[in-house]
Design a protein around this ligand. Structure first.
Ligand SMILES: [Zn+2]
Length: 160
């Protein structure tokens, strides 16, 4: 899916009272908890522009964030299908297919001999924006599929 979400959570750190150090288990002790209190995220579209922004303050911010991500995921799936069918005049499409010499994906020349279905030239286009990229082998076009998930990049949510 040519969309991406950038997200962040904020937390408050209330002190933990009465926590004793257990030296048999560890030399450290818990002095404060970290409680999520707000979230913010932005959905960017295929063109890099902001599609939507979401900010929420409250102790249920994680649930609200997940709810909003589900809504955005469904919306992005719908947008992804908007230009699934190529919107091009038949004459224009025919002219493009006849004049193409090289596959715009793999770069190899189109065979003038008997072509298998996978070697047939097709118009390669973006299913989100409708933008035409060029002519490609049917097989090459099928391999260049957009991802079927919505990537979410979280601030400080990675393993090192
Ligand atoms: Zn190709």
């Amino acid at each position: 899916m040519p969309f991406v979400v950038y997200a962040d959570l904020e937390a408050v750190n209330p002190a933990v009272r009465g926590a004793e150090t257990n030296y048999a288990a560890s030399g450290s002790r818990t002095v404060e908890k970290q409680l999520p209190c707000s979230c913010g995220m932005t959905l960017l579209g295929a063109d890099g522009n902001i599609v939507d922004t979401y900010i929420y303050h409250g102790i249920d911010c994680i649930q609200k964030l997940l709810d909003k991500l589900r809504i955005w995921t469904k919306a992005c799936r719908c947008l992804k299908q908007m230009y699934r069918v190529l919107r091009m005049k038949p004459k224009e499409k025919h002219r493009m297919l006849v004049n193409a010499a090289h596959c715009c994906i793999c770069g190899s020349e189109f065979s003038k001999d008997q072509q298998s279905v996978s070697d047939q030239p097709v118009v390669h286009h973006c299913h989100v924006t409708g933008k035409v990229y060029g002519v490609a082998h049917s097989q090459c076009n099928a391999k260049v599929r957009t991802q079927a998930f919505l990537p979410v990049v979280f601030h400080n949510l990675s393993r090192v």
